[in-house]
Design a protein around this ligand. Structure first.
Ligand code: HEM
Length: 448
């Protein structure tokens, strides 16, 4: 089933051939990943000096690394090298500490809890649309980023964030720009005083100051605002202990960063796909019009909007915001026929697996109907995994799906965002997958 290729640096005798691949990896990692999977099979080895990374493309191998043998792996090099961004939050922490934090935070993301956030999500969306006009042109990715940041702010910090919203937004933007260049993230040590490193550290410092103040105020007031922060402040370990301010801050910053850009990108890619597929868009409108009839959706409406849900599912198949999941072996392991010595990187390439013709007919086609039957039962578990699986599965999974569905259902009833003709849509594959130049659209009102 699997073959292997060593793309190495410094170059071997096949230099000319690999040079082409290497520059493609730099210029367009998605095309590179797709090409090596097609040409070399399910396991591909990359070597850069002494660093060795396996790219894996088969669901069984991915399940082995992410779930069955999860205890032999920790998070990958890029996240570990940039821990100053997230502190010791859930995304980057490991071992007993991670498990304790995850157990304390899990209840805050329980379906019943997050149900309370539905109205905050639709309120923020309605507010966003107040300023929208028929015929207006705007960057819909920028709009989705602001919207999802506002939603995380409102649900995590309640009203507290309103005052600091511009400063929080600006600093988060700096950090997101910092994470745009994948190669730099991997190759430039975070302790080097480069202008970008210094700027990112300043942004972390500013955010830390704001978050600390919010935590202190909330602690002093003793108020239970019913938001995530209150839940985290009151969360208790098995021995009855609470999180320290430092832990609260790291978790809050992690949720801010992990919780808004991914959902914003899902929505942006969905607007692009709808604008390119009028037949799907019409079916979506028909469902929304018949079930909601212009009303703002509530959480109870979502089960009655199966096509809307399939549009989001299909959009995350084609453009998974977490386009790859990286691990580092901390014990020797064997992957099929391949030895994975301790210290080897392993990356599951979600983007390629989600477009594999072994699991999907016409994989490049945007067809939400493919999810109507029993497809999920017929394909391997790791043929579709936008939120990962296993112990490190996304804690915000239900939150994100609820938000994406509610925002889509709310906006699509009022506006059709259509891509401005000729606008260059270039996917940027860094830690997440987002449109490099944003998405310039023209709004068409549906209520004329
Ligand atoms: C469409 C939106 C989202 C996608 C596609 C997504 C995807 C993912 C994936 C694939 C992972 C696992 C990474 C790995 O195993 O290496 C993850 C982890 C995580 N996500 Fe999300 N995510 C989304 C939204 C959110 C939201 C809304 C939040 C919080 C409000 C969130 C918070 C987290 C956290 C804290 C982790 C680390 C969990 C742990 O290791 O215990 N995510 N996410």
């Amino acid at each position: 089933m699997a073959t292997s290729l060593a793309v190495q640096y410094p170059p071997g005798p096949e230099q000319g051939f690999f040079d082409g691949l290497r520059s493609q990896l730099r210029r367009n990692p998605l095309a590179f990943m797709s090409a090596v999977a097609r040409d070399y099979g399910d396991v591909v080895c990359l070597r850069f000096f002494h660093l060795r990374t396996y790219l894996i493309f088969h669901p069984d191998h991915i399940e082995d690394v992410i779930v069955n043998s999860a205890r032999k792996f920790i998070k990958g090099r890029v996240l570990r090298a940039n821990r100053f961004l997230f502190g010791n939050g859930l995304l980057t922490s490991e071992g007993e500490f991670w498990l304790r934090q995850r157990r304390m935070m899990q209840p805050a993301f329980h379906r019943n809890r997050i149900a309370n956030y539905a109205s905050a999500m639709t309120d923020c969306t309605m507010q966003l649309m107040h300023s929208w006009r028929d015929g207006q042109q705007l960057d819909i990715h920028d709009a989705m980023m602001r919207l999802t940041l506002r939603v995380v702010g409102k649900t995590l910090f309640h009203a507290d964030v309103e005052r600091d919203a511009p400063e929080v937004g600006e600093n988060l933007q700096t950090l997101l720009e910092f994470t745009m260049d994948f190669r730099r993230l991997l190759m430039t040590p975070s302790w080097l005083p480069t202008p970008l490193n210094l700027k990112a550290k300043r942004a972390v410092r500013d955010l830390t100051r704001i978050i600390d103040r919010i935590i202190e105020q909330r602690r002093d007031s003793g108020e239970d605002a019913g938001d995530l922060l209150s839940l985290l402040i009151h969360a208790q370990d098995e021995d009855g202990s609470h999180m320290t301010t430092q832990q609260l801050r790291d978790e809050a910053l992690t949720l801010f960063l992990a919780g808004h850009e991914t959902t914003a990108s899902t929505l942006s890619w969905t607007w692009l796909l709808l604008s390119q597929n009028p037949r799907v868009e019409q079916k979506l409108h028909a469902e929304l019009d018949s079930v909601l009839g212009g009303r703002t959706p509530t959480l109870d409406d979502l089960p009655r909007l199966p096509y809307t849900s399939n549009v989001i599912t299909e959009s995350m198949r084609l453009y998974p915001p977490a386009w790859a999941m990286a691990r580092l072996a901390i014990e020797d392991h064997t992957l099929g026929d391949f030895p994975v010595p301790k210290g080897t990187g392993v990356s599951a390439i979600t983007y390629v697996v989600h477009r594999d013709p072994r699991w999907y007919d016409n994989p490049e086609e945007f067809r939400p109907e493919r999810w109507e039957g029993d497809l999920l039962k017929r394909i391997p578990r790791f043929a579709y995994f936008p939120f990962g699986y296993g112990p490190r599965q996304c804690i915000g999974n239900s939150f994100a799906l609820m938000e994406a569905n509610l925002v889509l259902a709310t906006i699509a009833q009022h506006f059709r965002p259509t891509l401005v003709p000729g606008y260059p849509v270039v996917p940027l594959a860094s830690i997440t997958l987002r449109p490099r130049h944003g998405l310039q659209v023209q709004l068409q009102s549906r209520l004329r």
